[in-house]
Design a protein around this ligand. Sequence first.
Ligand SMILES: C[S@@+](CC[C@H](N)C(=O)[O-])C[C@H]1O[C@@H](n2cnc3c(N)ncnc32)[C@H](O)[C@@H]1O
Length: 277
Amino acid sequence: MLSYQHSYHAGGPADVHKHLALVLLLRHLTAKAKPAAVVDLYAGNGVYALSAPEAQKTGEYQSGIAKLWDLPNPPPAFAAYLDVVKRLNPGILSLYPGSPEIAQRLLRDTDHIVLNELHPGAFTALKRWAGNDPRINTHKRDGLEALLALVPPKVRRGLVLVDPSFEMKTDYTEIPARLAKAVDKWREGIFMVWYPVLGDARHLPLLTGIAAIAAPSVIAEWSFAAAPDKGLKGTGIVVINPPWKFDSEMADTGKVLAKLLGGKHAMRWLRADDQAA
Ligand SMILES: C[S@@+](CC[C@H](N)C(=O)[O-])C[C@H]1O[C@@H](n2cnc3c(N)ncnc32)[C@H](O)[C@@H]1O
């Protein structure tokens, strides 16, 4: 369908939640000297202008990044995330980093970034944004097809980001089915999946499907105090094969986020017995 455009939602509450989790995972990957790879299957434009008509029309960033931008003494995950946003915006907040920009800024010269995007306009913007960075490879494929085609990457330490627009209802069942195969192909890979929490709880088959995969997963869900866009009640991420201590770091980060922006944050292992494993 490809009617979704992330420029309407860039920097909104869902992006803030997702990108804080991404920053935590990237910090784990770069804590060891060995090279790492990030495979971003639904990469979007790379970076977004908050002055663009799309961002101005929804104003979602006003209830997301704009509320955190001037946070005094931010706790660790917030500090690293806000540092990326501030380095992109010396002065006033006018640009918002998409997941590719966050990966590009936090990864090292020896790391690899594989970016996939199917929308022609977003892909053109992404290619322009990527420039000649030798660490970056771009692909224009269907995300689900790319999940099996691009995984595992050559560098066997890393993260796959699955951040679809969920325009197809079948995504909620197809994604876990493909993820099961991808996890089989890359047992040590970390897989992060973003999902929307809507009134009809249509994300539940996604969670049931991921829980059936033979790998531990944690889930972090933030229920908004007020809905920033029609229908979206909250935002969630699932991380398969989370790094050690990611669960407690994400729980702490979510708690602060809910305190600052309202709503409730909950963090748990998808299957209760995985916590003890
Ligand atoms: C939520 S946005 C991605 C945002 C980005 N990951 C970030 O955090 O900055 C989802 C992206 O998926 C793209 N998309 C939609 N359907 C796709 C498909 N079948 N395969 C690959 N990309 C797709 C959209 O064009 C959009 O750019």
